[in-house]
Each structure stands twice: as C-alpha cells, then as structure tokens.
Design a protein around this ligand. Sequence first.
Ligand SMILES: [Zn+2]
Length: 263
Amino acid sequence: MPQENAKIRPLFVVPNIDEEDEKFDDDSSDEAICKICFGTGLEVVAGKGARNCECRRKKAHSHLIERAQLPKRYAECHFHSFKVFNASQERAFRYATRLAMEYPAVDRGLLLSGTVGVGKTHLAVSILKGLTERGFSCLFYEFGALLKNIQDSYNSISKTSELKILAPVFDAEILVLDEIGAAKPTDWVRDTMAHIINSRYNDQKMTIFTTNYPDERGSEREETLEDRIGVRLRSRLHEMCRTVTISGEDFRKNFDKIAPLKK
Ligand SMILES: [Zn+2]
C-alpha cells in the first residue's frame, strides 16, 4: 500500500518541541555535545537565522516514548511494519493512521476488536508511537498488568498506593488500554474498570482500547465484550470510541458493520 505509507511520513516532522526543552537542560551534561548546535538546542542556518536543532526533537521524542511505558516486545511495531492481509485490516489501518495524524481534531478514540493475532495491539502501539512523534504524551497499559499493579499496591509492604498507580492512567493525554475484558470479571475488576473508563470519559480524554471479545456472539459458548465488562461499560465505550473490528478469516462478515469513513 504505497499511498498509505506516503501518508505516514508527516508524523516524523515534529512540532511542540518548545514545551519539552527545559526538561532536558539538566541532563544534557552526561551526553556527548551535539555537533550541530553545540548543546544550545539551536541550529544556525547561514543567511536565514536559527531553528530548533534536530537533537532536541530526538530527545523530546525519546523522553515521550519512555514515558509511554511500551513493553519491549512492541519495539518493532509501527505503521510501516503492519501487514495487511484483508480488507478489515486495511480499514483498521486507515482509521489508525488517520487518528495518529489528525489528533486532536478527532471526536472519538478507537476500540479495536478481533481475535488473537489480527494486529489490534500492533495498530494501537503504532498510533501511540505516531502521537509521541508528534509531541503528544501517551501511556500504554495492558489491562491485566494495570489491575495487578493496583492489587499489589494494596499490599502493606508495597511502597506505592492505588492513587499513585492510577494518577498517570487518569492524566495521560492519550491512553492505550490493551486487552480489555481479558481479566476475570469480578466485582472489583468491574468497579476498577468503571472507575478508570468513567474518569477518562468525564475528562474527555482519548482512550484506545483493544479486545479479543466480539460484540456479536459467534456461537452459544462464546462470550461477548458485554458479557465481560457489562452493559453499562460497553455502552460507555460506544460513546468514547469508534469500534473497528479486525477479522483474520471471514472479513466480509464484519466489514459491513463498520461505518464508512467520512471524507
Ligand atoms: Zn543539537
């Protein structure tokens, strides 16, 4: 898909450097001094003036990537490494790239739904990376890991508190919650989920979810997302996100359910 790849390029041109600048003033001493700006952060262009040096952009980006807390196993995930095998994946890819490029001029986040291995997390991670490249602050959490961190914080020996774990989850400008519905839905899990999702909803912050659970029951034994998270939360997610179903096999089954892209 050469056209789609061409669209991704602008993500590597990054604004919003100024806000990050002061954060790097104190830690620049232990690194080699930049040969372009000699550590000033400004590159002098002969006959034209000065502009922000590339090294600042790179530092700002690596700082944002660090703060996003992406698991190492997703290091290679980005839009350019996403493999498209069917129309539902192509469509999801378009929604994802569009979101990464047009944020904050978007009305909703994304709920990427589909079975294991169709590329949901790959796309969610790619959105997050694209947004950090554009200078936005993001956070990634696998939902089960987040629940475990919260539970661990109840432990008296633990040096952290529930609020300390949750504050960045509430505050992140863009949050990816991977694998929602995967945790066994006890009352505590549902309450915690509701707390997080409602807080982000009330603050109008963009959240991107992935889930293995479908909306439509494929067979009698299959659980739906609603079974896993409850009716009220499922409907809250509808308000917060566009649901995009990615299929690994019969993509035509899900294709018609996805609303057409607005031009
Ligand atoms: Zn420099």
